[in-house]
Design a protein around this ligand. Sequence first.
Ligand code: PMP
Length: 351
Amino acid sequence: MSKFLAHEYQSLVPYTPGEQPKDRTYVKLNTNESPFPPSPRVLQVLNRQKIEGLNLYSDPTLSELRGAIAKALDVKAENVFCANGSDDVLAFCIMGFCGRGGSLACPDVSYSFYPVFADLFGVQLTTVPLRENYTVCPEDYSHIGKNIVIANPNAPTGLCLPPEDIERIAASNPDHVVIIDEAYVDFAPWSCVPLTEKYPNLIVTQTFSKSRSLAGLRVGYAIAHPALIDDLNRLRCSFNPYNVNALSIAAASAAIADADYYADCVRAIINEREKTKVRLADMRFAMLDSQTNFVFAKHPRMDARTLYQGLRDRGVLVRHFAAPRIDGWLRISIGNQQQMDAFFAALEELL
Ligand code: PMP
């Protein structure tokens, strides 16, 4: 660390992204990416003309992308905020609505970026323990009197609360924002986007990184009341009005319009997930009932660290979190059939 880093950032512990090793070819089941390529329409729009147009700045109002997202989600463009991945969206939400010295509550087992954002923005974080069975207890957030962020489905558990529970949380905290991180929602049975019309304190964030096979593009968005969207844009335009680049705008707008292509991809991933659950259960793994594109599993005999390392030695990457309550578990992203066969072959050898 240099002597120049401002005092308030010296104790920051950055988020640890899933590893992307280059020493050999791995079956990559560690960062919940899609095993499928993006829609062919993405290839069409990232053409010579688009590239030649890069001498100009991207549209700071993001009107094309906001319009495409609004159309796909059946909301208005004024309800849509876009940024450089949903991590960026979450950062703006936590910075803007919690503020320095402000409050934020989230589950103790959840996306490990929330505490990092809280730390970065000087927000007082309260972690609310999940129940013993790893479900979020909605009553714990009722009238909590703090801003809230909940991943729904949650990560890394994969479990999902029904919209009625989210509605009660939003209704009982009218003076605070409730951020619902729906990064994995397309693999789940429902979304809370329709509730944003009714609750002016509810923000739903989504991403192009998972179901839309565009993790490398870095586009995420929030759906909320226009007043909240205006607030987020005030912050964005005080920081980097061109935060979504022109290629990303074109690619993401084309992708979200190709609903049929992505519905097929999601169907295939859910199908593979359900097969994976059965195969893991046959090998005596305990599992949570995932509603995402990953499963969270625990073996009764072999500890998770040994399993993780043994799989890695055999060319298969999964995610292990050395964190309280979950260090006995592995998070396994759902790949295509071939990748899952390779995973099970390595696992069988190991066990
Ligand atoms: N929320 C959750 C729960 C996630 O797991 C992730 C991906 N690591 C994100 C948000 C961020 O995704 P992205 O920035 O790629 O949109």
